[in-house]
Write a protein that binds this ligand. Structure first.
Ligand code: ZN
Length: 255
């Protein structure tokens, strides 16, 4: 091989090497990004402007009951209180809940129609809280950074599609390792809050069997693994999360 060509190849290999190590380092760096930076990024992609939380206009008790359910599992301690987590219900038929930038957890109204008990809903939210605590959103964003940059630069600045694309990237799929971490810590959270962990495995097992199972479930651990994890996490004293009337009213939050 001529020297010039070999030099070119070496440079290309070095560039790939630097790129790969940079990409490999990003997730661990992302874990330490200050919350104020994440808040700034959330504003930059216009996250808040796109999603309006349901406020229980027709039945104010529904918002009170939903907030009571959330308060049962978050915040639990001083470390929790340092986080900026908010949990809201947003209108839409999608059977899903997701964590976005700056600790915003969104539960679609469609999910409320699929959960059969407050414990099931608390299980899903506890899982999402641990995605936030593990900084999984920043990690995923760091990995997708180049895609995001490429997509945004292909669109005129300030176009509505810009933030929409950015936002859909933010509701990204997590790795199996991140899912397992959110499951394990979510179950520990339920235990600390004395919430029955059986709701957690019941919901995910049912969702997996349903043909309407959202795409996000495909990246989640298998239901048997989840049930096993929940079983091992169980065996502690539990107390009901909401009364029957409170739980019924939660379904009316977007009316
Ligand atoms: Zn997840």
């Amino acid at each position: 091989m001529p020297t010039g060509k070999r030099k070119g190849l070496l440079w290309a290999l070095a560039a790939v090497g630097i790129g790969v190590s940079f990409a490999a380092l990003l997730p661990s760096v992302a874990r330490h990004v200050p919350w104020r930076v994440e808040r700034w990024m959330d504003r930059a992609v216009g996250g808040d402007a796109l999603l309006r939380p349901c406020r229980g206009t027709a039945e104010p008790a529904s918002l009170v009951a939903f907030n009571k359910l959330v308060a049962r599992i978050y915040p639990l301690d001083a470390e929790d209180r340092e986080l900026p987590i908010t949990v809201d219900v947003i209108a839409g038929d999608t059977i899903n809940a997701f964590a976005a930038l700056d600790g915003h957890i969104h539960v679609f109204e469609g999910l409320l129609g699929q959960v059969e008990s407050p414990e099931e809903l608390a299980g899903v939210i506890a899982h999402e809280i641990e995605h936030v605590r593990g900084r999984h959103i920043m990690q995923g964003l760091a990995v997708n950074l180049f895609t995001l940059t490429a997509l945004s630069s292909a669109l005129p600045t300030g176009s509505p599609g810009n933030s929409r694309i950015a936002y859909s990237l933010l509701s990204m799929k997590f790795s199996r390792q991140q899912e397992a971490e959110a499951d394990e810590r979510g179950l520990a959270r339920l235990r600390a809050a004395h919430v029955d962990a059986a709701g957690f495995s019941r919901f995910f097992a049912r969702a997996e069997l349903s043909s309407a199972a959202p795409a996000w479930l495909s990246s989640h651990p298998a239901s048997e693994a989840r049930a096993e994890l929940a079983h091992r996490a169980g065996g502690y004293p539990t107390a009901a999360v909401l009364g029957a009337a409170e739980w019924r009213s939660v379904g009316a939050i977007c009316r």
